[in-house]
Design a protein around this ligand. Structure first.
Ligand code: F6R
Length: 364
């Protein structure tokens, strides 16, 4: 049932190219540059959008915030469902509340949706599990079609959720007239490349390099993850994955925040994973790498193929396929999933059943 893999988690990491194909399939129309999500809600009726979710799904929501604000120019806020449900949210019928959930059964997210509906919001679920409770509570569903996810640590659901957020941003941007046809077509082509780029990320030499790095740093007590812009959530997701399955303490920050506190943690024992792929802000991220090095931290840089400038100051480099910045979170996170996976397995952890965690959290 694990299809030749040792664990469900590894199987699901490797299923990502086909899962993403299913997420995107039939929804992106190259010829017209249009995105067809089969959503009945009126995209021009929203004045603001709130995304609610928990854990990994929340990080997919943070990527969604960035993409929707950039492409559709609608104000977006993202909240963890356990906070949202108790904070008497400001909602009107012009608010779209998007719940992101793999299982569709997470109690906090379900209750947050109910709360939003009481205040009159329109609701959309970005959900994996067909027929789950959440699918019946929301006004409309965008299924991510990632297939069943059994490993407790979410992998393929995350990349599929992020891809779904990208499609939503494209759909909203086109419908609201903030995204012109040419830019829309460019991003649509970039999205279409995702299954192939993720497939490339899983090439044996790349995976072996990540396993080597995991082995080198597996005795670290703490890890720091940094990223910027659309990849700030990639850092958060990388840290969460490492904590969940290896039990190594990890923190993540938007790279620009490093100076405002976490820099005090840096010494020769601290591995710092920096997402430093192609970006209009790459220069700033490279200075962060130099700042870490100046304090003897160990830098593991995630860098776009061929970018020697970004790789130059790092102790270890994980090269990833070049991707359009707007779609790069999907590609970049795969490297961090593998880093956590190998760190955990080299430490002898049971990655499919990490201690204290349940696959879906149906009690508060
Ligand atoms: C992390 C993880 C959890 C879930 C969270 C939400 O690997 O799996 O953080 O993402 O419990 O679950 P869903 O998406 O089912 O609502």
């Amino acid at each position: 049932e694990k299809g030749g893999f040792d664990t469900y988690m590894l199987k699901e990491i490797y299923e990502q190219p086909s899962a993403l194909t299913n997420t995107l399939m039939g929804r992106l129309h190259d010829d017209t540059g249009e995105v067809d999500l089969d959503i009945d809600l009126d995209p021009s009726s929203f004045k603001r959008i709130t995304i609610i979710a928990c854990g990994t799904a929340y990080y997919a929501g943070l990527v969604g915030e960035y993409l929707i604000e950039q492409l559709a120019r609608v104000p977006v806020e993202v909240d963890v469902a356990s906070e949202y449900r108790y904070r008497q949210p400001l909602v009107s019928e012009n608010t779209l509340v998007i719940a992101v959930s793999q299982s569709g059964e997470t109690i906090d997210t379900l209750e947050a949706i109910r709360e939003a509906k009481r205040f009159g919001a329109q609701t959309l679920g970005v959900i994996n599990a067909k027929g789950s409770s959440m699918t019946r509570e929301v006004d409309d569903v965008l299924y991510i079609h990632a297939g069943p996810e059994i490993g407790v640590a979410s992998t393929k659901a995350y990349t599929a959720q992020v891809s779904a957020m990208l499609m939503l941003a494209l759909w909203l941007g086109r419908a609201r007239g903030t995204l012109d046809a040419e830019k829309g077509a460019e991003l649509l082509r970039a999205a279409r490349e995702l299954p192939r780029l993720v497939e490339e990320s899983l090439q044996p030499e790349r995976v072996a390099n990540i396993e080597r790095i995991a082995d080198k740093y597996k005795r670290a007590r703490d890890y720091l993850f940094l990223g910027r812009g659309v990849n700030a959530p990639t850092a958060l997701e990388g840290a969460l994955k490492l904590k969940e399955i290896s039990y190594i303490h990890a923190e993540a920050y938007a790279a620009g925040e490093m100076k405002h506190g976490p820099i005090a943690l840096i010494d020769e024992n601290l591995p710092v994973v920096v997402v430093a792929t192609e970006s209009f802000l790459l220069e700033k991220t490279v200075s962060n790498i130099q700042e870490v090095k100046a304090r003897s931290g160990k830098v593991i840089a995630v860098v776009s193929d061929g970018d020697e400038e970004a790789a130059r100051y790092a102790d270890d480099v994980i090269y990833v396929p070049r991707a359009h910045e707007m779609v790069s979170p999907v590609v970049n996170v795969v490297a961090l999933q593998l880093l956590s996976y190998y760190t955990a397995t080299l430490l002898g952890r049971d990655v499919d059943k990490p201690r204290n965690l349940a696959k879906s959290v149906t009690v508060e």
